[in-house]
Design a protein around this ligand. Structure first.
Ligand code: AKG
Length: 201
């Protein structure tokens, strides 16, 4: 799996979106405009639709054995490579409900890490150990009411790679949500704690 991720285009890019790390992504892209958010087609012709190795991975957890992912049809995936020595981390965020549906499926590779969930209203914090090789499924309240983050000190190894599958646009994504609050939303496709408070689940 790792070799596929490394080899597949596009190349890793330094990302400052929700923290600092390397990122690459495949599949359906969404942009925001005056009408909210809408699909604008694929990220780039060479890497989309989802490469075969990602479809194979998704098929493994959407084949029926793993509920609630049985009906999940991901059309977008991003990989993140964290190198703690470079100060990498995942900043606290909600995945933007205008972009993707309720279900997020996330695979941890190379090393364990501890993700911290923080309730958007109460500030309650819960730690979730993401074991190397594990699949995390985020849905319901965990998806909409709790931010998630991985602080720099929460990586157990010298590097960690994750794959996150989503259904961008289409059913489930609430494309017109937050339209009136546009100025308080980030253009890069995620919700901050402040902007999240302006939305209802
Ligand atoms: O690295 C992870 O496990 C989570 C990644 C994530 O939350 C994201 O890509 O939005």
């Amino acid at each position: 799996m790792l070799a596929h991720i490394e080899r597949a285009d596009p190349k890793w890019q330094v990302s400052h979106w929700n923290g600092l790390h390397f990122n690459k992504e495949w599949g359906q892209r969404i942009i925001f405009d005056r009408s909210g958010a809408r699909p604008i087609g694929m990220l780039d012709a060479s890497s989309t639709p989802l490469p075969a190795f990602l479809k194979e991975i998704a098929a493994a957890f959407t084949s029926g054995a793993f509920l609630p992912t049985a009906a999940f049809l991901p059309n977008h995936c991003n990989a993140i490579r964290y190198v703690p020595a470079k100060g990498h981390f995942l900043g606290p965020h909600f995945d933007d409900r205008r972009l993707s549906g309720e279900l997020l499926a996330n695979i941890s590779l190379v090393a364990d890490a501890t993700m911290v969930y923080e309730h958007g209203t109460t500030g309650e914090r819960v730690e979730v150990l993401l074991k190397r090789g594990s699949l995390q499924v985020v849905t319901g309240k965990a998806r909409y009411d709790w931010m998630h983050e991985i602080p720099p000190e929460n990586f157990a190894g010298a590097s960690r790679v994750s794959l996150t599958f989503r259904r961008q646009g289409g059913e489930g994504a609430q494309l017109s949500r937050g339209k009136k609050k546009k100025k308080r939303r980030r253009r890069d496709g995620n919700e901050t704690a402040a902007s999240r408070k302006t939305l209802k689940p």
